[in-house]
Design a protein around this ligand. Sequence first.
Ligand code: AMP
Ligand code: MG
Length: 345
Amino acid sequence: METLLLPATTENITAAAQLIQRGEVVGFPTETVYGLGADGMNAEAVQKIFAAKERPADNPLILHIAEREELSAIVKEVTPVALALTRAFWPGPLTVLLPAKPHIPQAVHPGLDTVTVRMPSHPIANVLIRLAGCPLAAPSANRSGRPSPTCAKDVMADMEGRIPMILDGGVCGVGVESTVVDCTGSVPKILRPGGVTPEMIESVWGNVEVDETALTPLAEGAVAASPGMRHRHYAPKARLLVVEGPLEPQLKRMAARYDEEAAKGGVPVLVLAKSWIPCMGRRRCLPWGDVGDSAAMAESLFSLLREIDHIHATLGICQGIEPHGLGLAVMNRLLRAAAHNVEYV
Ligand code: AMP
Ligand code: MG
């Protein structure tokens, strides 16, 4: 199949919407990462997403809507928590988990009673959903296990020949996926950290829980509240090491691990805040935002993980950051990309 990579003009968005109505899958931008969208009410179309991504069949999809009123057609009950959070953060990078109505295809939420729903703020995503006239089932547009794409060319790298069209809407602003929040109880519970931070949710609801798998690996045999957390994800082909701890010993350890890899004939690269690059001498570095600017770090994380492979590095050594604010989502993705290969100094 030929994959067209087209600018997101009105004409091309209309063509993409028609493909979706015919049961096809298209790549499109959102404010978080690029998505692979199909008609969420058409089980056969949804299956094509799993095929294009080679996504494990038990990993559920988020339904994307264009109007907040559409939520009540998908879920059995909009709980007070869901109402408060969607009022505060929609449109935006918040995904609510609620009990599904029976007509939602099982392919969207395999083996689960719940379904997840989000209303993106990206204008192209919004227009595409409106024109398609259905909720879009849309996971991130990467091949399963790879870093999520934050620009159209990264979607092309993973999806060429697998889907008919990708809409190019530039670079995604948030850079990490939405926050998945279980809204079934009386306290919101973050199953996957993302663009809406725990602090932001707390400021609306007063309290918030964060699933323990946000920063630690899922215990062997345990059931994941968020099935995607079970699978290896976000990873470049190179090995990754995350170094956490106070600045000086952290930078020293990063440099030492770099030198060991180079001495073994490997190709190491350091990923760290740009202010510290001069401390690293002639070692190869990829600049990762400014110190303390977790928004910039979130925005560039996935493209840096892909860059590690573009330069054919064998080992990426990444500076861990504080898991507060957006830093929680950043560290969640980074630790999973590194398969929890972490050193604390
Ligand atoms: P992606 O769209 O690729 O960012 O993946 C969506 C993620 O949201 C999945 O991997 C799950 O972890 C989570 N998710 C979606 N639907 C559900 C659900 N019904 N129950 C629990 N987690 C879900
Ligand atoms: Mg994904």
